[in-house]
Design a protein around this ligand. Sequence first.
Ligand code: ZN
Length: 334
Amino acid sequence: MNVIDNRHGKRTLRIRRVGRASLAFAMCGLFAGAACSSGGDAAQVPGTSAPGSAAAVAEFNADSAMSYVRQQLAFGPRVPGTPGWQKAGDWIVAHMQRTADQVVEQKWTHTLATKQQIPMRNIFARFKPDAAERVLYVAHWDTRPRADSDPDPLNHNKPIPGANDGASGVALLMAVADALKKVPPSMGVDLLFVDGEDWGTFGPEVDVLIGSTYFASHLPTPNYKPLFGVVWDMIGDADLNIPQEMASVEQAPEVVQRVWSKAKELGYEQYFQPAVRGYPITDDHTPLLKVGLRVIDVIDIDYDVHHAMGDDINRVSAKSLKVVGDVAMALLRP
Ligand SMILES: [Zn+2]
């Protein structure tokens, strides 16, 4: 199987059609807020970045982020219930306890379609937990138990290393936590590490997005409404290209606008491309959008070793982590 066929197959697996969202709902007060708080300053001084963004660029430590990717790979695959998963989960919790103001764990048992039960663990780290204005960042920390898109069929039942698909998003959140520990945010920030994103099958979804679905039905408070949220997934690819994700554009256009404007302001338009990818992607933002949270997906799905054994450290670069990490930080420094 060649790379192109392989990619195409994965797309089919991962994607499903998403109904068109109500644009009326999208034009909520948040949209106006976004234009005022972040676009306003930069617009008055054409050609210059907002001061907050310039400082934010210096804050994200890509070398640390890269070391967090390596550490996760050293634990082994983070497949729910395995020793590597247990160790990685404990390590994320310990890191968040050192950096965040509050760490909440959600632990439960998920019953698979096969009736088998697997342990699940979401890790929810909060900065300024009492602040009303909040931002939610999400990454999945589990890795896929099966390299079912690997060109070699003998690998289809082996767990993937998950350097990009898993470890990169976690590393980004951890390095964001480091920066927020040094200089606390002005608003509340929630970092959510979800489990079980990649266990089962996509299209239709069976036993996937388990942690984000659980979080969506077990929110920290009944009225939990972050100002905006972003799922960061597969953002470490050395060959980084992140067009806008269609379901995000349809259902939370003001958040897409906010993120891509910030990337452009930082000079990262070649990576955060203004085009919309031609199909929607089902990811951890899907269940969160369903319960009304304004959460988009930032994902580089064009990855020829997606769900294959080749998703290893050689495919992740500090440069890519830096680009996306800078955007993640700048969004938190209005
Ligand atoms: Zn995956």
